[in-house]
Design a protein around this ligand. Structure first.
Ligand SMILES: Cc1ncc(COP(=O)(O)O)c(C=O)c1O
Length: 365
């Protein structure tokens, strides 16, 4: 079985965890501070604030901007539901723009939804590919809108040379399948000193210092145990990304021109970090996506469908007036076509060739 994702941790992570265990201080402390420094440096951000998970990172980013009831946040329809849940958590209303050919949100579609209630744009750097942040930043500044970047899947990705998470406030995830992981965890990035200070207070019950409350807050803290696992991976981020890039390049070189398959594209000026390598099984393929996936399963090739529905298509959101079911036909089509293939750094050339052979075989009628 070749898994679609794999956790790769080594001696350094083990040593770090043991050090924390032996120190007797397991909660947020020195290791979290080290993680924040390393993460901020890796993304050329002035501040990185560690929190308990990526969903909290998104919620915190929206909260610190003062987004709440009456505000609209424009995002993509094609993402993991944490993106939507975080917007709803603040009391704001979610609007959905369609995506482009690259799977990320289309800035023109976002522009068409801007109105006097719009408070923020929330692009998702899906599968590790930055959204078109040049156009999105221009749109935000035309209308004085905030930007929150869902960078849960895009550690170290860049748009025109600039790291994701620095165009607005960035929200990253350190969940078990992500390019950097400590099981559960999140990071908020910002260049704004005041926002960073407020985020640190918000995550710690609203305290400036012990029992000195400035506002009502939360327990959004990460632990030193988790930070010890994440730090070595942040330090290895360039290597991790290079390995994912090399694997993606090998898949593309071998699969290009395969009838019935559309391969992922990388628009000029953007660097992909290949959290997922996602192909589309096209309508003119000789078999449908479900059969394609069943064939991959039979020969032990892990894969995933991210995502089988639009975020707002689930019944639990249908009656919610803060979830506006804007039409997004391209995103809807993609939910029926996408399949993500293994691309993680644990794959050697032999395993990648097995993936390629299985895909070529499976797509045949
Ligand atoms: C696009 C996207 N946004 C948000 C999240 C939420 O992150 P977490 O699972 O760490 O809460 C995830 C990951 O799970 C994600 O893939």
């Amino acid at each position: 079985m070749i898994p679609v994702s794999q956790v790769i941790v080594g001696d350094e992570e083990q040593r770090g965890v043991l050090e924390v265990l032996r120190s007797g201080h397991l909660a947020q402390g020195e290791k979290v501070a080290q993680l924040e420094d390393a993460f901020a440096t890796a993304h050329s951000a002035a501040h990185a604030i560690a929190v308990s998970n990526g969903t909290v990172a998104l919620t915190a980013a929206l909260r610190v901007l003062g987004i709440g009831p009456g505000d609209e946040v424009i995002t993509t329809a094609f993402s993991f539901n944490a993106t939507l849940n975080a917007i709803l958590e603040t009391g704001a209303t979610a609007r959905f723009a369609d995506v482009g050919e690259d799977f990320t949100v289309d800035p023109d579609a976002m522009a068409a939804l801007v109105n006097r209630r719009t408070a923020a744009l929330l692009p998702v750097h899906l599968y590790g590919l930055p959204a078109d942040m040049v156009a999105i930043t221009a749109l935000a500044s035309r209308h004085a809108l905030a930007i929150v970047e869902d960078a849960a899947q895009a550690h170290g990705a860049r748009c025109e040379g600039r790291s994701v998470g620095t165009f607005g406030i960035g929200a990253f995830s350190l969940y078990g399948t992500k390019n950097i992981t400590c099981g559960e965890g999140g990071i908020v990035t910002t260049d704004d000193d005041d926002l960073a200070r407020t985020l640190r207070i918000l995550r710690n019950q609203g305290m400036r210092a012990r029992y000195d409350y400035e506002m009502s807050g939360y327990n959004w803290r990460l632990t030193d145990l988790q930070a010890a696992v994440a730090i070595p991976q942040v330090n290895r981020l360039k290597e991790i990304t290079a390995a994912r890039n090399a694997n993606a390049a090998r898949l593309t070189a071998a699969l290009i021109g395969t009838p019935g398959l559309l391969l992922p594209m990388v628009p000029a000026g953007r660097s992909h970090v290949w959290h997922q390598y996602t192909v589309c099984v096209l309508p003119d393929a000789e078999i449908n996506r479900e059969e394609f996936c069943a064939r991959l399963t039979r020969v032990g090739i892990g894969h995933g469908i991210y995502y089988p529905k639009l975020m707002h298509d689930y019944p639990c959101y249908k009656a919610n007036p803060r979830v506006v079911p804007d039409p997004t036909p391209r995103a809807r089509r993609l939910t029926a076509q996408v399949v993500s293939l293994p691309v993680h750094p644990g794959l050697d050339p032999v395993a990648l060739d097995q993936v390629v052979d299985a895909v070529k075989e499976a797509i045949r009628g």
